[in-house]
Design a protein around this ligand. Sequence first.
Ligand code: 8YV
Length: 327
Amino acid sequence: MTASTDAASTNPITGTNILQVVNAHPNVSAALRDEFGAQVLPPAGDERVAFLAAHGGDIRVAVCSGRGGVDTELMRALPNLEAVINFCAGYDATDVAQAAERRIVVSNTPDVLNDCVADTTLALYLDTLRRISSSERYVRAGKWESQGNYPLTARATGRTVGIVGLGRIGRAIAGRLEGFKCTIEYHNRRQLTDVDYTYRASLKELAKSVEVLIVAATGGPETNGLVSAEILEALGERGYLINISRGTVVDEQALVAALRDGTIAGAGLDVFEDEPHVPEELLALDNVVLLPHVGSATVETRADMASLVLENLRSYLTTGTLVTPIS
Ligand code: 8YV
């Protein structure tokens, strides 16, 4: 139990103490408006500054998402904040270091999106190696008639695939790849005891050893630029990179150069450093598949994420504890 258990009973939280940071999902926004009477953070600018000056001190619970978290500046403007409830698995948009210092509890939405993110990863994997989108564009451009058959592509079955960050989502990806007779290797901060995949103690060692590198590591200061030019060099000219975690985990300019210069064969990307902005150079390349951060973007999964957000909020308001606190 956290110190706020007593707060929940002796000093109940009302709508004025709850802040909607972003409109993460219609079910969440509707409940915050109709059931809780929460406050809504105005968009950045003078209106937000005035709002925080007037109401920042009232806020005890903030509801946010992976695209609009409680960052350092916002958290500082909420001196009585007790809990941050995230509509996302990856909470790198929230200043969790400051939260820990201030004993602010933080939740996310783990597990409910593993399958959809892993499905998106397999779609990117198949599309990138078999060049599905590119060959589809080839047909639409009339090139099948004018230029003949599309060039042969790379077989997807039976590859040696490395996973950077074998967590909940990484394991769901590995399970699917086993169905494609792939050999799985991985790199994590620590070797796991409950999987029999080959562990590589360094990311470079993993990149050297595999044909496809899948990035499923959490975003944040610790993993910024983890997949560097050196790692892409180690992956090699017949290697492929898939990123479904955060754009910041990969050095994007190094990736652009590696794809342009043939240092690696191709890539499949669902995330970018500065979303929704995608570098012009990437848009011009044919050996990269570009998706608009749709990993978990299904009606079913987003509804499950919304339910888990509201479960965390109701639990915090009644017991002072969260259902899925970040681990
Ligand atoms: C979210 C995600 O859609 O959960 C995550 O970490 O990246 C996505 O599922 C996105 O963050 C919006 O909240």
